[in-house]
Design a protein around this ligand. Sequence first.
Ligand SMILES: Cc1ncc(COP(=O)(O)O)c(C=O)c1O
Length: 398
Amino acid sequence: MIWYPYTQMKTMDEPIKIIGAEGIYLHTETQKLIDTTSSWWSVIHGYNNPELNAVLKEQVDVFSHVMLGGLTHDPVEKLSDKLKDMLPGDLNYCFYSDSGSVAVEVSLKMAIQYFFNQNKPLKKGIIALEHAYHGDTFKTMAVGDDEDYHLAFPEKEGVYHIKPDDAALESILIHHHETIAALIVEPLLQGAGGMKIYDVSFLEKAKQLCERYDVLLIFDEVATGFGRTGHRFVSDLVCPDIIVLGKALTAGYIGHAATVASEKIYQGFYSDNPDHALMHGPTFMGNPLACTVALKSFEIFEREDYLSKIKHIEAKLKENFKSFESNKVREVRILGGCLCIEVNDPKGLKGFKQYALKHGIHSRPFINYIYGMFPYIISDDALNKVCKVYKKWFEEIK
Ligand SMILES: Cc1ncc(COP(=O)(O)O)c(C=O)c1O
């Protein structure tokens, strides 16, 4: 018996059985559905990409896994070199994990221990944003701020939540910087907390303030990385001390994530004292299949100029929703390859999923949001069709 995610098992709808997947489509026994979720925003090249399939098959025949404890291999070395080249500033030191949540945990451990290693054990508090979502493990729930996800786990000790507002940040830093290790944000676009978008100026100011008050800046780019906001990484605009990557890192093929630290952070652990080491080591970190598929995915991303594709998706979405109005809708938000329609009342989304299915679209609305996090290979026709169906829903509901 399967226990499904984020679901009341007693009342859940029958899950849709997928028997195949190709490009932007999920195949059921009877339908080809346009997938608007990119499987939780990870499948950026679409499903069943022949190039990704080929490199995986090749690597399986070499070896599919060895631990990274005391061993190393070409795929992980190449991926680390590539990330060092791709990422801005001196974000050079890659620590791998098997999921975004764990990679965020690692970033928080890095930040807290960075100060512990300097004999500043009181600096272990974390500032995060209201509506933040950073994962489902304990510390990521604590820095998260969404009771729709984590109602039964309200512990927030040592965590401050603020709006993305310079004055609010400065006020906390002035009073508490001696007990604060880091500010963690989903930069520009807050995903699971409601696809909320804020301005880059907050990040610019946050970086200055963090430097002034000796607090580390962590960008959780698990969702925003690899083009989702229209930028390759938001870190290309403002460079943090630590970046966390996941989801699209491996193009939705294999769960993997990376926590990449700057020189300053790495040097905070690099010493003759064994107690200064980072004590973490997921069994599947640096998995060769994951590294191999990530490398090929980056190659396609660069070769096919995905940033132009994403700009085009953004323009098409804006065109589609230019004159859209509905008294059921609070706001339509569009950024890069992301569309969010926020409704006034979640009851207004009852039946939407079935409606979309009837029109050949797989959509997964949550709380009061309908969203589209499209594979970047989506055609104009498919995108226009999705927008048309989404808009029509609001015309047809009473
Ligand atoms: C910003 C952000 N951080 C972390 C995570 C957790 O990643 P994972 O589901 O791979 O644990 C997510 C997942 O949605 C996310 O959106």
